[in-house]
Write a protein that binds this ligand. Structure first.
Ligand SMILES: [Fe+2]
Length: 186
């Protein structure tokens, strides 16, 4: 059963889960049944032609909600989630999710866990560990996804390929609570 909610409803429901330790499988079920009303998503839709955008909806000490906007051909490289829970759900368009396992640290080697999966509206990925997300050019349309991270995290490892190198990057926002911000690399 699918229902549509406003963003503040989502925040309140996730706070309730946070009060119970953010039980991953319950949160997963909740997210798979609860879509954001299209008009509630609108303030967080900001596209840039240079890169995908990270748009902050809510952040507290327990969890963070982002809307990520993807132009056709835009891609998040392979990255890790620091052991935190990461859910991603397609809200508009279609996205390709590729999950990896860390097979060896030294030398660095990742292996695909399975064939990439293309998800359309309502598709839920996660909790993810190491993955890449992209909106391939052939999909020919913009996409947007809702992300829930618990706990919030400020940095992550990204991988240039399945054999490295691995780099540490700070995560930045393109808009905060609907207001665009200059993308400053710290
Ligand atoms: Fe991710």
């Amino acid at each position: 059963m699918t229902r549509y909610v406003a963003m503040d409803r989502l925040v309140e429901d996730l706070k309730a889960f946070a009060g119970r330790g953010f039980p991953a499988m319950e949160v997963r079920r909740y997210l798979s049944e609860t879509l954001i009303a299209p008009e509630a998503l609108e303030p967080y839709i900001h596209h840039r032609k240079e890169h995908y955008t990270r748009n902050l909806v809510h952040k507290d000490r327990d969890f963070e909600i982002l809307v990520i906007c993807w132009g056709a051909g835009q891609r998040a490289p392979i990255h890790g989630h620091e052991g935190e829970l990461c859910f991603a759900r397609v809200e508009r368009g279609r996205l390709r999710f590729s999950n990896y396992a860390l097979v060896s640290e030294n030398p660095l080697r990742l292996e695909p866990r399975a064939a990439p999966v293309d998800g359309s509206i309502g598709f839920l990925d996660g909790p993810a560990d190491i993955h890449s997300v992209d909106n391939p050019l052939e999909f020919r349309t913009d996409a947007a996804s809702l992300h829930v991270y618990s706990k919030p995290y400020a940095e992550c490892d990204i991988y240039d390929s399945e054999t490295g190198p691995r780099r540490r990057v700070k995560l930045i926002y393109d808009s905060i609570e609907g207001v665009p911000v200059e993308r400053a690399r710290g």
